[in-house]
Write a protein that binds this ligand. Sequence first.
Ligand code: 0WE
Length: 255
Amino acid sequence: MIDLAGKTAVVFGLANKRSIAWGIAQKLHQAGATLAICYQNERMRAEAEDLIHELPGASGFQCDVSNDVEIEALFAALQEKYAKLHVLVHAVAYAPAEDLRGEFINTSREGFRIAHEVSVYSLIALSRAAAPLMTEGGSIITLSYYAAEKVVPNYNVMALAKASLESTVRYLAWNLGPKNIRVNAISAGPIKTLAARGIGALGEMLKAHADRAPLHRNVDQLEVGGTALYLASELASAVTGETLYVDCGYNIMGF
Ligand code: 0WE
């Protein structure tokens, strides 16, 4: 078994029990990591804190990753409480709902800006804040989606953001490599989370995915968590700048 005892991980993007962040947090916790788990705002607090209490030793923090003041305050609190950091998980994305449907050509300037700021710039900002605490090396993990490479109808501006996110992973890997901080993305197959709930055709997408994927099923949050645990561990000590597919093989198919 992978042992992360003595390691500290900060996880961003917990909304509820269906969150990919929750699947990852559970796996890191099982492996013995000390967890700091972040949720966006006061509205998310009650539900998030109830979950966090299920993991002995884990602590909850409020941090809106689009706010530099909140990021600075969070990392000051993490430095105070834990001194060192080994793992950062970024499971955050957002585009305005009206930009995730309809004609791509109608993507708004504001929707483009918000999608990239919340879903991509936040990884750069969090990595910059975390790196000084990763004095023993580290592992930074983000979440991507196949639409970064191939058109998925209606994913629209989020697809551009995921393409940029995967490039950001490579540039951060290059920049942070000398500090022995690895940076990777997990490209997960579609999962029924709060973020996916608004999508009209989600049921249809999950079915098509299970039909076409070599494993003929969908992926779940704990399976994404398993790959995150591997990336967080020494087993992945030479893996950086990569996008790893955790999609039951869907992406390898040409027809
Ligand atoms: O990355 C995602 C979803 C990210 C997301 C979801 C929402 C819904 C609510 C970002 N922003 C928002 N904004 C909202 O207002 N996925 C991989 C799930 C997803 O989203 C899709 C998909 C899939 C799959 C949107 C259209 C088509 C397919």
